[in-house]
Write a protein of this length. Structure first.
Length: 222
């Protein structure tokens, strides 16, 4: 009897050890589906997670491209503004002449004296003239001619800057700006800037002309 009892205990231990090994084997290897007789396994689909691409914080190519486009846009806008003369006759030039407004109307017999600007050389196809009445707006008008041909018979000088362009002939060109009146207040007051195709200012200044007096410039086109 004693031997039989010992044998049963040993058999029980062997069975218990076998069962424990099987349980642990199932837990350690849930994908092993060869034997589901003792304990079931729950298979959960595993979704592969894509590894995110590394962020390159040193790569500023996009910023540079956007900034370059903005600079180009600003450059074009500035060129458009220049064509409207904001950059040909600058605010500093206007301020420099404002103090002369008080002279207007205090010289009833202003002398008829021509203003000779001298000669200039250029490769430009055109000469551009920006001008405005730097005195009080009183109806000052001028006639503008090139080589004896009148391009503007009655060009009104206003407080707002105006620009005209006149073609140049090869060789010597004589530009004449003639005061055809003195407005309501003597003399005829005009501020001007002459510039070429490249917006290079050839000459800038002001005139204070009696009726029939001229501003004369010789422009040599190479």
């Amino acid at each position: 009897m004693e031997k039989k009892s010992i044998f049963l205990k040993l058999l029980s231990l062997i069975l218990l050890f076998t069962i424990n090994n099987k349980i642990f084997a199932q837990l350690d290897n849930p994908d092993n589906n060869t034997d589901n007789s003792f304990i079931g396994t729950l298979k959960v689909p595993v979704e592969k997670i894509k590894k995110p691409k590394s962020l390159d914080f040193d790569n500023d190519a996009g910023f540079k491209t956007a900034n370059k486009k903005l600079q180009e846009k600003n450059r074009r806008k500035q060129e458009e503004e220049n064509l409207k003369n904001k950059g040909i006759i600058l605010p500093e030039m206007i301020a420099k002449e404002n103090y002369k407004k008080n002279f207007e109307g205090k010289f009833p017999n202003f002398p008829i004296v021509d203003m000779d600007l001298g000669s200039f050389h250029t490769n430009s196809k055109y000469i551009y003239i920006s001008s405005y009445d730097f005195g009080r707006f009183d109806g000052d008008k001028v006639q503008i001619a090139m080589n004896g041909k009148v391009h503007y018979h009655e060009f009104l000088l206003s407080p707002r800057i105006k620009t005209i362009k006149i073609p140049l002939e090869k060789g010597i060109n004589r530009l004449e700006v003639t005061a055809i009146n003195e407005g309501k207040l003597t003399p005829n007051t005009g501020y001007f800037a002459f510039f070429d195709d490249n917006k290079y200012v050839i000459k800038e200044g002001e005139w204070m002309l009696a009726k029939d007096a001229k501003v004369i410039a010789i422009i040599v086109k190479k």
